[in-house]
Write a protein that binds this ligand. Structure first.
Ligand SMILES: [Fe+2]
Ligand SMILES: [Fe+2]
Length: 164
């Protein structure tokens, strides 16, 4: 069944938000690389790749439901960071924003009686729980070690363990 025009528009907006997420994480990755935090830089680059997958999944779904993927404007990323603590806090804040956005989409699907989109979005709701938990873990890791240079460095390097 074809998507409603309003659901198609909302999904296309989420598509752009996921692309923006990728853009944001890539910029954070570059900042961390520049500052010598190569562990977190690598983690953030993998997160960038994952955000692209989130976006592609949405456009595939829009098309499966006879909609058209729209290429709205992606905001510029203008803020630069020099400390991984600030990056991790900003990443957590961003994920909370994305979770809110997914919740609104889900509520819209429910209000419209669009069962297929509800089911589709369940994956994103579960994913956001994981995203927020991961972001919290990194905030805590940098916070717990910030007064000990060696421990701070070794926490950064531990983030290289992320493979996908
Ligand atoms: Fe995402
Ligand atoms: Fe994830």
């Amino acid at each position: 069944m074809k998507l409603s025009a309003s659901m198609e528009k909302a999904l296309n907006e989420q598509y752009v938000k996921e692309l923006y997420s990728a853009y944001l994480y890539l910029s954070m990755s570059k900042d961390m690389k520049r500052e010598g935090f190569t562990g977190y830089a690598s983690w953030l680059k993998i997160q960038h790749d994952e955000e692209l997958e989130h976006a592609f999944k949405i456009s595939d779904y829009i098309e499966d439901r006879e909609g058209v993927t729209e290429f709205g404007a992606i905001d510029a990323v203008t803020q630069h960071f020099d400390c991984p603590c600030q990056v991790s806090e900003a990443a957590l804040k961003h994920e909370e924003f994305i979770s809110d956005s997914i919740r609104s989409l889900f509520k819209q699907a429910r209000a419209e009686g669009d069962l297929e989109t509800e089911v589709f979005l369940q994956w994103y709701i579960t994913e956001q729980v994981e995203e927020e938990a991961n972001a919290h873990e990194i905030v805590d890791g940098f916070k717990a070690t910030e007064d000990d240079k060696a421990a701070f460095y070794s926490f950064d390097q531990s983030l290289k363990g992320r493979k996908e």
